[in-house]
Design a protein around this ligand. Structure first.
Ligand code: NAD
Ligand code: TYD
Length: 335
């Protein structure tokens, strides 16, 4: 199977490429990535010379590059390229609209022109909006995105759906809950908490800390994407989730305990504007139709993740220098 993966130098993309190349000997991957602040070739250093792997630096908004790669005739496209951080989208949404909406449109057009037979749009549960204490998002839940990030992802989903409807385009949308695992950029909650805790720095908890997310180990998400590639039905949406809800404050406390740091490091800071209270996914369609289910227990995945960050402190130090320092200063100095 020849795959065009976009955004493969990011967190989930690099986990996905590694999973596919480790699992199959008959998969060839071209990775198209712009290498934004979140894209990092160190994430795939061990695979750089793999005979089935090719890296192309480029933008999914660049029609000529995208056209060239699509005309090579991939069996499937997996679109993971995106701007992904909610807080950054609140600061400035422009790049989110460009990459997540216009970039997806560019990929759809080229895929359609070149008669690509499978297109996986990797989306998020955030397109559904927020839940109160009860209930779950199903694939039929109306889209009610609240952040600029979520709105840009919902827009891309609607474009894919429109292409499916209008052109019988073989698009499939996956909507996954919060991922965690190795190689996640430390602007996101879990690695930010680990990074600060390992240095004895304060852990910034937004608002009352009682916000709830459903957490899935990234490798389980990658296995789900593989199932969708092989068994997913064109035109369908598949929710992917861990059935694993946690309050932010409880995860932060757990990380402090595991790293033998005091709870006094917890610092309640100004809340994120428009902060979604709770996400929870009903992934029963994926269980039923794809035969997929999460395999990694939360405690196990968290242990693996913390160990990975501790053993890869050079990676962490590198990505948290430069741009990240300015970002952190901007984001947290006045909270
Ligand atoms: P990430 O921010 O770690 O990586 C994104 C990658 O996309 C980076 O390598 C970046 O360089 C690349 N990229 C950005 N703009 C690009 C462009 N214009 N052209 C080419 N490449 C570009 O993101 P992630 O957490 O790995 O998320 C991957 C996908 O999964 C996203 O679509 C995201 O919406 C979705 N998703 C993420 C989560 C999560 O918890 N991380 C959950 C559900 C869905
Ligand atoms: P995040 O990793 O940004 O993912 P998302 O907002 O897309 O779910 O945040 C996860 C949760 O953690 C969310 O409720 C916001 C919260 N959070 C904090 O409390 N402190 C932080 O420093 C960050 C980055 C997030």
């Amino acid at each position: 199977m020849k795959l065009l993966v976009t955004g493969g130098a990011g967190f989930i993309g690099s986990n996905f490429i590694r999973f596919m190349l480790e699992t199959y000997s008959d998969v060839w991957i071209v990775n198209l990535d712009k290498l934004t602040y979140a894209g990092n070739l160190d994430n795939l250093r061990d695979l750089e010379t793999h005979p089935h792997y090719t890296f192309v630096r480029g933008d999914i908004c660049d029609r000529a590059t995208v056209e060239k790669l699509m005309s090579a005739g991939p069996d499937a496209v997996v679109n993971l390229a995106a701007e992904t951080h909610v807080d950054r989208s609140i600061e400035d949404a422009r790049s989110f609209i460009e990459t997540n909406v216009l970039g997806t449109h560019c990929l759809l057009e080229a895929a359609r022109a070149n008669k690509v037979t499978r297109f996986i749009q990797v989306s998020t549960d955030e397109v559904y909006g927020s839940l109160s204490e009860t209930g779950f998002f199903t694939e039929e839940t109306p889209l009610r995105p609240n952040s600029p990030y979520a709105a840009s992802k919902a827009s891309a989903d609607l474009l894919v759906k429109a292409y499916v409807h209008t052109f019988a385009f073989p698009g499939i949308i996956t909507r996954c809950s919060n991922n965690f695992g190795p190689y996640q950029f430390p602007e996101k909650f879990l690695p930010l908490m680990i990074n600060n805790a390992r240095q004895g720095k304060t852990l910034p908890i937004y608002g009352d800390g009682l916000y709830i997310r459903d957490w899935l180990f990234a490798r389980d998400h990658c296995r789900a994407l593989d199932c969708v590639l092989r068994q997913g039905r064109a035109g369908e949406v598949y929710n992917i989730g861990g059935n694993n809800e946690w309050r932010n404050i409880d995860i932060a406390k757990r990380i402090l305990r595991l790293l033998r740091q005091p709870e006094s490091l917890l610092t309640f800071v100004k809340d994120r504007p428009g902060h979604d209270r709770r996400y929870a996914i009903d992934a029963s369609k994926s269980f039923r139709e794809l035969g997929w289910k999460p395999e990694t227990r939360f405690e196990e995945g968290l242990g693996v993740t913390i160990r990975w960050y501790l053993e890869n402190d050079a990676w962490l130090d590198k990505v948290t220098s430069g741009e990240y320092r300015n970002y952190y200063e901007r984001m947290y100095s006045n909270r």
